[in-house]
Design a protein. Structure first.
Length: 139
């Protein structure tokens, strides 16, 4: 996954992918959390940009630069809760972690969690100092 992140960084000329790829390489593990966000939730709220869930369900689902959309807001909220819970549990166990968009981009390109429209990654590390927050700031 780290190699794929570095490859994306080179393709897009984005140093952040390379930096985060280095973090992944230095991690003990990575947790991937994905969501099938292109499926309806039956709330008819319109936050997806469509009149109701039936219209959303009929809409063409297509790949953007990184992920497939459109996505249901409530599915995205569920994913956010899952990510926050996983990061909090890691913290409670004294495992350094950071939710990373770029990990999910690489995971999707590699083919992990193939049914997910969006994936995020949480690298985990148990070293003397957090490798995810004391690092050069590059976007």
């Amino acid at each position: 996954m780290a190699a794929e992140m570095e490859k994306i960084g080179a393709e897009r000329n984005i140093e952040g992918f390379k930096r985060d790829g280095s973090n992944v390489r230095d991690s003990g593990a990575v947790v991937l959390i994905g969501v099938r966000g292109t499926r309806k939730f039956d709330m008819n709220c319109g936050a997806c940009g469509y009149r109701d869930c039936v219209e959303f369900e009929k809409a063409e689902k297509k790949l953007g630069q990184d992920f497939i959309g459109p996505n249901c807001l409530f599915k995205m909220l569920d994913m956010g809760i899952a990510l926050g819970s996983a990061a909090k549990m890691a913290m409670a166990l004294n495992v350094d972690n950071r939710i990373m968009y770029r990990v999910g981009v690489a995971a999707k390109r590699i083919g992990y969690l193939s049914e997910s429209s969006i994936i995020m990654g949480i690298p985990l590390s148990a070293k003397g100092k957090s490798i995810y927050f004391d690092r050069p700031v590059k976007v």
